[in-house]
Design a protein around this ligand. Sequence first.
Ligand SMILES: [Zn+2]
Length: 122
Amino acid sequence: MADFTELYEKLKKEKAQLSEKLRELRALGQPSAERREGSPFGKREEAANEALELEKRLGQEKRLRSALAEIEHTLRKYEAGTYGLCDSCGQPIERARLEALPQANLCLSCKARQAKDAKRAR
Ligand SMILES: [Zn+2]
């Protein structure tokens, strides 16, 4: 069996980084009284800015969360001994693909098919 230890370590590191970013993002979401008082903007502009910031933050948080979920899924596969196998057809995923994207869960042909299906669904 191929040795995926290095990729596994990479994934674990990435997971830690993503969790950290997510935590920072959430900490930013806490309203800060000091920041409010120190703001040079008028109340309305401030509220508009905050709404915009909040929207941006929620989008970012969503992306981080889905990236994190993907990595967690991959780590579970590693622990189950199925890392590197395609979720869809069960064939080994190309090594070069895993090197480039350790959290890949589909082989190239399944990925291509999925992309095509997604396009058709739209
Ligand atoms: Zn496949």
